[in-house]
Design a protein around this ligand. Structure first.
Ligand code: KG4
Ligand code: ZN
Length: 361
């Protein structure tokens, strides 16, 4: 049983082949970083055009690396949402055409469920099981969500939304703070690499205080606190120096950034990352306790953060992260999430279309 997964929800064109929901035969990701870098973020129209350019070669490569012919596929799975509508439509239209011509089923996958299934895929690959119910924390550029995950039977995964961000997603907060400090885009991986050079204890940043659902998250107050530090410390000159490093449109590397970054700024970066991690950990532990879960799953781009992985490692629950390459956007997770749907016979209709705001629960 082989499913070709296709993912084009944001700025990565990805295709992968997964066998029997647990064996990764190929996993190809074409990043658009060099296209969007000079704009300091993803430009939706450019993203759609880049997907259109990349989709055929990426799918061809995924099949070649899996050693398969199109006729050996049993289904195609594609991200239906959430994401950028123009980007989603490229993958969806391509997948529709492919399944139409091959006469095989199309499975529409929720991107957030995909992030969670990256973990199930790798566990299956190792021959291990994840004990359920589990708490799933999905933290990426678009979402910071806490789900209670149950599986009443082998093919039926059920999600209950316990909490979510009220403003910026965790990855978005990383990206915005990095931009504000002149570190470039995407901010998450850069802050991850810079944070170990700073001392988080030197800067006091506030944890969020919100009324209402205690499992909801918020990062806008933290972002404003960083902005206040920038203004108070008169950092304009050093920020301008850093921005020069990537003015040519090439992503800056860590060493030159470090040369133009004073220790106090590195301390601020470390404190910011530590505060985001603390927010996420507190909510995850609170939710886990309140719902008596057996495992904790952390997935999405921010799950690649090395500081977060270290801090979360101390949780008393069995903890599951995807490998780094399956934490950020990929199509293996889409093909993996489609497997239970394939077994249930849950196929997309001919009229299926993109849903930019699709929710999981
Ligand atoms: O899951 P993903 O690839 O795409 C979305 O579904 O949004 O996540 C991308 C986000 C970006 O905001 C990026 O800055 C963040 O994940 N990210 C990280 C790291 N790697 C990617 N954030 C913190 N530390 C990282 N190492
Ligand atoms: Zn994602």
């Amino acid at each position: 049983m082989r499913i070709l997964g296709i993912e084009t929800s944001c700025d990565e064109t990805a295709a992968a082949v997964v066998e029997d929901g647990g064996t990764l035969l190929s996993n190809v990701v074409a990043s658009q970083l060099t296209t969007h870098y000079k704009y300091g973020g993803v430009v939706p129209e450019l993203a759609s055009r880049e997907h259109l350019r990349a989709i055929v070669p990426v799918v061809r490569q995924a099949l070649a690396e899996a050693g398969l012919d199109y006729r050996q596929l049993d289904a195609v799975a594609v991200t239906q949402g959430p994401g950028l509508v123009g980007s989603l439509l490229v993958g969806l239209t391509f997948a529709k055409g492919l399944t139409f011509s091959l006469g095989i089923p199309l499975i529409a996958v929720n991107h957030i469920e995909g992030h969670i299934h990256a973990v199930f895929l790798e566990q299956k690959q190792r021959g291990g099981e994840i004990e359920l119910p589990a708490l799933a924390l999905v933290v990426s550029g678009g979402h910071s969500h806490l789900f209670l995950l149950e599986r009443p039977n082998e093919t039926d995964y059920r999600y209950r939304l316990l909490g979510k961000t009220r403003d910026d997603a965790a990855g978005e907060a990383f990206d915005k703070v990095a931009k504000l400090l002149g570190f470039g885009y995407p901010g998450g991986p850069l802050i991850d690499k810079l944070a170990p050079y700073g001392d988080a204890a030197k800067v006091d940043l506030p944890l969020s205080r919100m009324k209402g659902n205690p499992l909801d998250l918020s990062f806008s107050g933290l972002k404003t606190a960083v902005l206040r530090h920038v203004r108070a410390a008169d950092m304009e000159a050093e920020i301008a120096e850093r921005r020069k490093l990537f003015a040519g449109g090439r992503p800056a590397t860590i060493e030159p950034l470090l040369e133009v970054t004073p220790q106090a700024t590195l301390d601020l970066v470390a404190a910011f990352q530590a505060t985001v991690i603390e927010e996420l950990l507190r909510r995850a532990l609170k939710a886990a306790k309140g719902h008596d879960v057996r495992s904790l799953i952390v997935s999405g781009g921010v799950a690649a953060n090395s500081g977060l992985r270290k801090v979360f490692a101390d949780t008393p629950l069995p903890l599951y992260f995807p490998s780094l390459s399956l934490s950020t956007d990929n199509a293996a997770m889409i093909a993996a999430a489609a497997y239970p749907a394939f077994l249930r016979g849950d196929f997309a209709s001919d009229e299926v279309t993109a849903q930019p705001s699709l929710s999981l629960a």
